[in-house]
Write a protein that binds this ligand. Structure first.
Ligand code: FAD
Ligand code: PYC
Length: 417
């Protein structure tokens, strides 16, 4: 019976141009003040608001987004999810996130299309293989699924890959995380937005934060394109624009902002079974459920805010992909785009209190924050609610850049930066 009604409702809404289609979340005007403001309506910001309301009963919250939700890196990334990081601190944080991914569609009652098809990181040199074995062993010691594959095992899983030892960069092996995979990126933003809205959170789009006001060293609210909005707690999750927001508060972040590009092909019949990444040749590839090949490379080396990227990176990227998969040489690429990623010197994020009381920053995820979306929101909500980090994010404090306790994850970052 339920299905019959939903089929009728679909047909009715199709002919009425969705006039009576109930909105997934409200579009409220901003209130004069909230208990907490989250700056940035990407997946991380929306997840933070969701967990603030759900886990900490702080629901007088506004998420302020300068454009539309998910229109930043959340909607621009290549959706790879994995937790195979080297050091305990990072491995625990990403693994918390992966566990949340595993129940996220049920948690939000929204299909985020999380597909655990496995992620392979290829090795092309003896040093690559030494690093792979080391990281895989570290993962296993931390209870994270990880295997080291031979070229023959790789070929069994991906029959179209070129494992010839005569290739310019021959494949010597790979690490494989079977629980890794991909998800539908904008569904994650929409699912968290709808969930947060149902707890009473105001998700406010087209509302750019243009200033962060403080009094006697404490935050008191933000200036926006829709006027001043007061709050004793402000959490900034602005991905590629974190330094701009930090500047509003008189802070400097140890961050560089770089373009990162991606491209997709025309749709093909199913041809790839897993996600394949190669840091050494600067290329990674997966196949979307629509059949498109989803391809990306390392960052563009210059600093900038233009969400485009340069042609030379694309050229090197597709050359690497064609070397790995010669039969893709005649596939046509349909679209290309860029996003701006904020990169920290140790390739790890900052999830931290700041010298301004009530002001918190969650940033510096570089090329790899999509996979962390639920976990990042979960720990950041805790940090804002308790005014103290959770054990899982204590090591990702801003102070590490003063103490020197950096967590170098350049090797585990899927793409070079
Ligand atoms: P965003 O979605 O960018 O959210 C930040 C929001 O803040 C934006 O919507 C922006 O409009 C808003 N904002 C900025 N300034 C203001 C302001 N002043 N006022 C109000 N709002 C503001 N990660 C992975 O784990 N796997 C991948 O496969 C992967 N691939 C990637 C491929 C590309 C091409 C790119 C660009 C990134 C990729 N990443 C990947 C990284 C990942 O996309 C990001 O780390 C992650 O999405 C960051 O999430 P976010 O919610 O913080 O960012
Ligand atoms: O962090 O796994 C990752 C990733 C893949 C592509 C971009 N980032």
């Amino acid at each position: 019976m339920k299905n019959k009604y939903s089929i009728f409702s679909l047909a009715r809404n199709a002919v009425s141009y969705h006039q009576n289609w109930s909105q997934a979340w409200r579009s409220p005007d901003p209130k004069p003040a909230y208990d907490a403001i989250i700056v940035g309506g990407g997946g991380h910001g929306l997840a933070t608001a969701y967990y603030l309301a759900k886990e900490h009963s702080i629901a007088r919250v506004a998420v302020l987004e300068k454009g539309w939700i998910g229109g930043g890196n959340t909607g621009r990334n290549t959706t790879i999810v994995r937790s195979n990081y080297l050091w305990d601190e990072a491995a625990y944080l990403y693994e918390k996130s992966l566990k949340l991914w595993e129940g996220l569609s049920q948690e939000l009652n929204y299909n985020v299309m999380f597909s655990q098809r496995g992620v392979m990181n290829l090795g092309h040199t003896l040093q690559d293989m030494r690093d792979i074995v080391r990281r895989s062993s570290a993962n296993q010691l931390n209870g994270i699924d990880s295997e080291v594959l031979t070229p023959a095992q790789i070929k069994d899983i991906e029959p179209t890959i070129n494992t010839s030892q005569k290739a310019r960069y021959p494949i010597l092996g790979a690490s494989f995380q079977p629980r890794g995979g991909v998800a539908r990126h904008d569904a994650v933003a929409w699912g968290f937005a709808r969930g947060a809205d149902r707890y009473g959170v105001d998700v406010i789009q087209n509302c750019e934060v243009t200033g962060i006001r403080q009094r006697n060293g404490s935050v008191i609210g933000v200036d926006t394109t829709q006027g001043f909005i007061g709050a004793p707690k402000v959490g900034v999750v602005a991905a590629g624009h974190s330094s701009v927001l930090a500047d509003y508060a008189g802070l400097r972040m140890p961050i560089e902002s770089h373009p990162l590009q991606a491209l997709v092909s025309e749709p093909l019949k199913p041809v790839l079974n897993t996600v394949i990444m190669s840091n050494a040749v600067h290329g990674y590839i997966s196949q979307s459920d629509k059949g498109e090949l989803v391809v990306g490379a390392g960052i563009d080396s210059y600093i900038g805010y233009g969400q485009r990227g340069s042609y030379s990176v694309i050229e090197g990227n597709v050359a690497a992909i064609v070397e790995l998969f010669p039969n893709f040489s005649r596939v046509r690429m349909l679209r290309q785009w860029g996003g701006i990623v904020d990169v920290c010197p140790d390739a790890c994020p900052i999830i931290s209190l700041t010298p301004v009381k009530g002001l918190y920053f969650n940033c510096g995820w570089g090329t790899g924050g999509f996979k962390a979306t639920p976990g990042s929101g979960w720990v950041f909500a805790y940090t804002i609610a308790r005014n103290a980090p959770h054990d899982l994010n204590a090591a990702f404090d801003l102070n590490r850049f003063y103490t020197g306790a950096l967590i170098d994850e350049h090797g585990a970052a899927g793409v070079a930066h």
